[in-house]
Design a protein around this ligand. Sequence first.
Ligand code: GUN
Length: 293
Amino acid sequence: MQLIDGKLTSKEVRKEIAAEVEAIKAAGGKIPHLAAILVGHDGGSESYVSGKMKACEEVGFKSSLIRYDDDVTEEELLNKVKELNNDQDVDGFIVQLPLPKHIDEEKVNETIDPRKDVDGFHPVNVGRMTIGMPAFISATPQGIMELLKRYKIETSGKHVVVVGRSNIVGRPMSVLLSQKGNPGNATVTVAHSRTANLKELCLSADIIVAAIGSPGFVKGDMVKEGAVVIDVGTTRVPAMDTKSGWRLKGDVLFDEVAPKCSYITPVPGGVGPMTITSLIINTLKSAKKEIYS
Ligand code: GUN
């Protein structure tokens, strides 16, 4: 069994990007610039956005954080989105979710220029990805694809069972892995809460992507010998022995499943560390006009 080390891979990717930024600077080019809009003071959102800004600093990007109080109006927020759409210096930006209830998240998302949508949430990017056009791909699926690529995990002709059909992980993973390409060319089954015979289905999988948000859902008797298991779960469960009072639990019962696997992602330290790095990858792609010319 080999652990897929997302922390290490993330460090490697960031080093590669930092070197590229150095080269851009040396050639007198424009430094990539990521902006983030943060509304309110939710602890989780604060810490995500701070991680994103730190990652920019680490790779040498310019970053801007635009903050609003919870009572910002939808109009004010939409005006800022439009301003960033037109700001020639900003290569990409994100609006951290969730937003307060009085703001329509879909409307905000659809107002973002798809060419700057480095979160890959805009319907144009989701549509482009689905039909195999160049697109910004959202952080978690892109991070998983990067891990599969760097660990040279064969997906062609394999049976992948994606457990979970969310818009941000399950569905895009099923699209990406069934597309032509490497990683890709897999036969994909999407399983969800109404799927019959889930255990048998998982036992037939060469690769399982567990993205249901239910801690320890995938058990040892659901996984065949030699399978690859990608655990996307990041549920915070109460813990007496940690400073924060919680710890992250994956969707996979690691101790039972790991001994059967050829490769497995741990939680924490697997898929998670790659997500912010994916945003950095997208911002560089945007700056280099790799997706939209
Ligand atoms: N909230 C939780 N994850 C994300 C993310 O990837 N992007 C944005 N914009 N908000 C989030």
